[in-house]
Design a binder for this molecule. Structure first.
Ligand code: URA
Length: 265
């Protein structure tokens, strides 16, 4: 059982900064087991107490899970002598935080930051086949032929071919998670052209090989001009997050990810 100060508990369970937590406490917005508590140093048993903020129940997680909309120009590493890293974007100090997998410096979109090593390990395990979906703009049209090549497992120059992947045209005007709903039904038109003038496509892969999407596009004769990850398993990029912004995962999002990886033995 983990015993900790109430203000620290609130940083983890309610996504507040330490100073916000103190303010909330001072204003009487926090109840512990039904009683308003104002002292930040009050000790609580993290797994046991019922804490509410403005009447809403908090859910305590031992670990931190942040959804970042990674901007272009920062690297997916914990530290680097020369380049800005994704962790430089996180304002609050969280011990042991690291990015789950890598996005290239020029790739945007969904990046999970956590200090939960076992969840990260399972999400990245090739054996778990967790789908990662990307919105990509290519340098020209693709069609059925390329779609079939993606589906059959492309040779991208590694020892083994890539696992089967999905390539579909992105619905007109959709560059984010809105595209995902239409993704299942989306097929290339018989004449073999993607539906958008921008050559926007959705590419879903089950692995996380180095430059995987770019190398797959190259294997069918195309360059990727823009790349953004929009989902990883059940976790979808929150379109309210501008590049560079992040938020804690909701309890449901964490539970869904955990369920997903335990269901896939
Ligand atoms: N595939 C790539 O080529 N780059 C990324 O950043 C992610 C997937």
């Amino acid at each position: 059982m983990e015993r900790m100060r109430l203000d620290k508990y609130l940083t983890q369970a309610a996504g507040l900064t330490r100073s916000e937590a103190k303010q909330y406490l001072k204003k009487g917005r926090v109840c512990v087991d039904g009683e308003v508590i104002k002292r930040p140093e009050t000790k609580v048993d993290a797994g046991l107490v019922r804490v509410t903020v403005d009447g809403k129940l908090c859910s305590y997680e031992k670990y931190t899970y942040l959804m970042l909309n990674k901007p272009q120009g920062v690297i997916s590493a914990t530290e680097d002598g020369r380049e800005r890293t994704v962790l430089d974007l996180v304002r609050e100090p969280v011990r042991g935080l690291f990015p789950v997998g890598r996005l290239d410096k020029d790739t945007e979109g969904l990046l999970l930051l956590t200090n939960d090593g076992s969840l990260a390990h399972a999400l990245l395990s090739p054996r778990k086949h967790v789908d990662k979906c990307y919105y990509a703009v290519l340098d020209g049209p693709v069609g059925r032929k390329e779609q079939d090549a993606f589906a059959s497992g492309l040779d991208i120059g590694d020892e083994k071919p890539a696992l089967p992947a999905r390539l579909v045209p992105a619905p007109e005007g959709q560059t984010g998670t809105g595209a995902l709903e239409a993704e299942q039904e989306n097929v290339f038109r018989p004449e073999g052209q993607a539906g958008t003038e921008k050559n926007g496509v959705l590419i879903t892969v089950q692995e996380g090989r180095f430059h995987q999407v770019k190398r797959m596009a190259k294997a069918v004769g195309r360059e990727v001009l823009y790349l953004k990850r929009i989902s990883m398993g059940s976790l979808q990029l929150d379109e309210n997050l501008k590049p560079g912004q992040y938020r804690p995962l909701t309890g449901e999002e964490v539970q869904a990810l955990k369920r997903e990886i335990t269901d896939r033995k």
